[in-house]
Design a protein around this ligand. Structure first.
Ligand code: GLN
Length: 305
């Protein structure tokens, strides 16, 4: 496995030249486009690391499945799915076009920005600080890294420039999906996106989902299996934005990508995988990361289908 991972990273690194680093959040534009790294953890607690696996990145949209899990734990399915749907959109992650054309209107799923902002608004806490701490605490627990924290530069950069998300959020309040202080909800969303991690943290989070919500060291259940199944189902149907269908065919692993170039994968009952590759394709997925996962899935027959 180790040798194969090293080879696959070097084979696929050339793809980084064919994409671009996201720069609509100016701070993300500073990432090195030629990086590619991966960490794989398996149920036998083995861990394999290859390429630029030490490079740090922010969670961005990879935070969406985890925030969804917390909102489901806090509110139950009925309340969460009153605010957000369960269907793929076929549109880019930051699109708002369907918010106006669907009737009755609600974001189509929790993996697009509109849906994720609605989900974050449901996270419980008596103050905005407590809400964020509860998110961070869950991320720390499932990544097994008690030191996770925000990357302040990325957070402030998105807070300053995030007008599209701001428009989405104000629209959501207009149609009755968001309740309360829009700026406070956005602030929480920007913070959750700015939590800084490594591939190993992402792989551990993927492993937690792969392991049905059970901490693989203590054997303790952190979330009910049923809720982790909902989260993984969204990852397979909507996790790679409007490339989710193609990814499901070519890779077949519940995965969630982020514009920082990360991909978090959960191979049910087998593995957690964390990938970094900041150079993105036109849909916003790590261009070399997707190719690397195609090879890995093929090699080890990881597709769930
Ligand atoms: N913070 C980013 C945004 O809302 C996350 C998007 C993403 O990773 N696709 O635009």
């Amino acid at each position: 496995m180790q040798l194969l991972l090293n080879n696959l990273v070097e084979k696929n690194r050339q793809w980084t030249k064919h994409g671009k680093v996201a720069n609509y959040i100016p701070e993300l534009g500073k990432m090195d486009s030629d990086r590619l790294g991966i960490v794989v953890v398996d149920t036998g607690r083995k861990i394999y690391r290859a390429g630029d696996y030490q490079t740090k990145l922010t969670m961005q949209s990879m935070s969406k499945p985890i925030a969804l899990l917390l909102a489901l734990l806090d509110n139950g399915e009925e309340k969460v799915f009153r605010k957000v749907g369960k269907e793929p959109t076929g549109d880019p992650f930051n699109s708002m076009i369907k918010l106006e054309t669907l009737n009755p209107s609600k974001p189509l799923n929790p993996m697009i920005n509109a849906g994720a902002i609605a989900v974050t608004s449901l996270i419980k806490g008596i103050s905005k600080e407590e809400k964020f701490f509860r998110i961070l605490d869950l991320f720390r627990k499932i990544s097994k890294n008690p030191n996770l924290d925000i990357n302040m530069d990325v957070y402030l950069s998105e807070k300053k420039t995030g007008d599209r998300n701001r428009s989405i959020a104000y629209f959501l309040r207009d149609i009755g999906i968001l309740e309360g202080d829009v700026e406070e909800i956005l602030d929480l969303y920007f913070k959750q996106c700015s939590i800084e991690v490594t591939c190993e943290d992402i792989a551990n989070m993927g492993m937690f989902l792969a392991n049905q919500g059970i901490d693989r060291e203590s054997g303790k259940s952190i979330a009910p299996m049923h809720l982790t199944q909902i989260v993984k189902t969204f990852m397979i149907t909507c996790g790679m934005y409007d490339a989710s269908g193609e990814f499901a065919i070519n890779v077949g692993i519940p995965s969630k990508s982020g514009v920082s170039g990360g991909i978090m994968c959960a191979v049910p009952n087998k593995m957690g995988i964390g990938v970094i590759g900041p150079s993105l394709d036109i849909k916003g997925n790590s261009i070399a990361g997707v190719k690397l996962l195609e090879d890995l899935s093929e090699e080890f027959k990881l597709s769930i289908f």
